[in-house]
Design a protein around this ligand. Structure first.
Ligand code: BTN
Length: 265
């Protein structure tokens, strides 16, 4: 396993700059562990990070493949000062934060696929799973922001339907990047975007998100959580983070949550 010096230092000291880090070799899911630690009182901003996950989770019950040391698999404990109705927007904000961190650290230009995919060359290299603590009764709700980023995974290593759709920074660019530098940049950008959201800056965040929208104007089909299928041209998310899709008859449908596929794939 390749471990750069900064990474070793972070693991041994339990700190990433001024932030608390709980690092573990192997865990079922960093989101599950972060939720548990957060409920036990772990401070806001604590990172929970693993070298591998045995049950890494994606949205909509999917699995997040987490080969040892080949990517970043971590969760951040947040207690944002936001209204419950605004919490879903954190996923969009976090997607933007991950994109900006990758841009800053690597010079690559990742795109976003609503609501939470990070794309390189039209393949997914990263994703975000936001979970809210439904058991909290007082104070701001705890949010666990789980981020997975494939860094050195070879494309052949992705199984099943992912084989055609997933990539890593190395596979897409031919270059190897420092995991700790990417982690630091992502955490900084996430903190910045959450602070901006707390200051009601979502319209500007959304504008920056739209500049990176990788499916806008493309033919998509979306399977909503209830099973309804909406097909048409993606118009992008609105000011509430809801995706608009225009069908062939010209009607615009609002998609709150679902799985998006490009029609050509
Ligand atoms: C998705 O694309 O559907 C979301 C993927 C989120 C994966 C990350 S890896 C770290 C954290 N722990 C998990 O179990 N999932 C998230």
């Amino acid at each position: 396993m390749h471990m750069d010096e900064q990474w070793k230092k972070m693991i041994s000291s339990g700190r990433l700059e001024e932030r608390n880090v709980i690092s573990i070799e192997s865990v079922d899911s960093t989101n599950t562990l972060a939720m548990k630690k957060g409920r036990q009182g772990a401070v806001t901003g604590t990172l929970v990070i693993a070298e591998t996950q045995s049950k890494g989770r994606g949205r909509l019950g999917k699995t997040w493949e987490s080969p040892t040391g080949a990517g970043l698999y971590f969760s951040i404990i947040l207690r944002p000062k936001l209204l419950p109705a605004d919490l879903p927007k954190i996923t969009l904000g976090a997607g933007l934060a991950v994109c900006k961190a990758i841009e800053r650290e690597t010079g690559l230009s990742p795109g976003l696929k609503w609501p939470n995919d990070i794309l390189l060359k039209n393949r997914k290299c990263g994703g975000i799973l936001t979970e809210t603590d439904t058991m909290a009764t007082t104070g701001p709700a705890m949010v666990v922001l789980g981020i997975g980023l494939n860094i050195t995974t070879p494309e052949e290593a992705f199984s099943g339907s992912l084989a055609e759709r997933a990539t890593s920074l190395l596979a897409a660019s031919g270059r190897i990047f420092s995991r700790s530098a990417l982690l630091t940049a992502i955490v900084q950008e996430v903190e910045e975007v959450v602070a901006r959201m707390e200051e009601d800056d979502f319209p500007e965040i959304l504008a920056e998100w739209r500049e990176r929208d990788g499916i806008k104007g493309k033919e998509i089909s979306c399977v909503e959580v209830g099973g309804r299928v909406v097909s048409g041209i993606s118009l992008g998310p609105d000011e509430n983070g809801v995706l608009h899709v225009q069908d062939s008859a010209g009607s615009v449908h609002q998609v709150l949550s679902g799985d998006i596929n490009l029609a050509s794939k």
